[in-house]
Design a protein around this ligand. Structure first.
Ligand SMILES: [Zn+2]
Length: 236
């Protein structure tokens, strides 16, 4: 009976995909049924950095002299008009959350092999301001964190970090004021729970690193915490 139900479900799925073919969210070509949100060809063409195999890399260099970082890596290079930009656009602005979780699952397998990312206790995403998250409906970095958590077997703590200040409200301020403000833009829920933890802090794209830095400095105020970082992409 179960087999019969499965058969009909598959049949209706196939029929549905005939009517509404799914398209690869990176290149726009037709996707075969039951595939990820991007095609095999795009998966092979992803501009991977392999930073997780290097103790010092372009990612960790960007934080040099700013904070003590255990390890850091980005999955992909972000280039204009490239595959990463397409995927990020679908994730952030078209609500395709599966792009984030699928990339997270893939990257989690790679990070688990990294000799520099050992002994992680918890994964946390850089939070959006509540107003922005309501507007977007989700936090894209949480999707990536969720995927990493699934394939690495490390818990993903949502809402442990809170963003109390939105970047929008900062536009009228001077650069110095903005920097100063950023230091106080984040708060931690139940900081005692994070004591002695090695935290993997996750974001979507690393550019200047100001946001990641502010989050990490907040986390490092908790006694004996250690912070590593991972992002979906790094902008060159
Ligand atoms: Zn494709």
């Amino acid at each position: 009976m179960a087999q019969k139900t499965h058969f009909f479900r598959r049949l209706s799925d196939d029929f549905f995909s005939l009517l509404y073919p799914r398209l690869c969210l990176a290149c726009g070509r037709d996707l075969p049924p039951y595939s990820m949100s991007f095609c095999i060809r795009c998966k092979l063409d992803l501009p991977e950095t392999d930073f997780h195999l290097l103790e010092e890399n372009t990612f960790t260099d960007r934080f040099w002299g700013r904070l003590p970082l255990e390890a850091g890596a980005a999955m992909l290079y972000f280039r204009k008009h490239g595959l990463t930009q397409q995927l990020m656009h679908n994730l952030k602005y078209r609500g395709k959350k599966e792009v984030g979780t699928e990339l997270g699952r893939l990257y989690g397998h790679q990070l688990a092999e990294s000799p520099f990312l050992k002994g992680l206790d918890v994964i946390m995403a850089v939070p959006l301001h509540a107003k922005k998250e309501r507007w977007r409906g989700f936090n894209q970095s949480d999707c990536f964190a969720q995927g990493l958590s699934e394939s690495m077997g490390i818990p993903h703590w949502k809402n442990a970090l809170i963003r109390t200040l939105s970047t929008e409200s900062q536009t009228t301020k001077s650069r110095f004021e903005r920097l100063e403000n950023m230091q106080n833009a984040f708060q931690i829920n139940h900081p005692k729970r994070l004591r002695r933890k090695h935290i993997l802090l996750v974001d979507d794209v690393l550019t200047t690193g100001a946001t990641l830095e502010a989050c990490a400095l907040k986390l490092l105020e908790i006694p004996e915490t250690r912070v590593s970082m991972a992002t979906i992409a790094i902008a060159e």
